[in-house]
Write a protein that binds this ligand. Structure first.
Ligand SMILES: Cc1cc2nc3c(=O)[nH]c(=O)nc-3n(C[C@H](O)[C@H](O)[C@H](O)COP(=O)(O)O)c2cc1C
Length: 83
């Protein structure tokens, strides 16, 4: 991996244990609402592609939320399982 300021940021590349997870580095993706579900709130292939692009061995990605009821839906194309 190319990282221009590796020397200054070497701590980011040290392993760390977070709860039961043993991470190989400390660069973590925060949850972000990506609005890539279809009209039925089901994740699409672009969701798979998005997280594949950001995944790395031993890394941690926190995915976006899943809407659990019609009342919680904040915008179109967010993933959800409303009953
Ligand atoms: C379910 C969920 C969805 C989120 N979606 C977004 C988002 O779409 N855009 C955003 O800027 N932050 C979003 N956040 C907040 C980010 O994860 C992050 O906490 C925020 O950007 C502040 O980061 P910072 O403290 O590093 O500035 C979301 C958080 C959660 C829990």
């Amino acid at each position: 991996m190319y990282f221009p300021h590796y020397e200054k940021c070497a701590a980011l590349f040290q392993p760390i244990t977070v709860g039961r997870m043993h991470l190989k580095h400390r660069i973590v993706l925060a949850p972000l609402t990506r609005v890539r579900a279809d009209e039925d709130l089901c994740p699409t292939d672009t969701v798979v592609e998005y997280y594949k692009q950001r995944a790395s061995p031993g890394g941690l990605l926190i995915t976006e939320a899943t809407e659990i009821s019609p009342q919680t839906i904040s915008s179109r194309n967010v993933p959800g399982a409303p009953s």
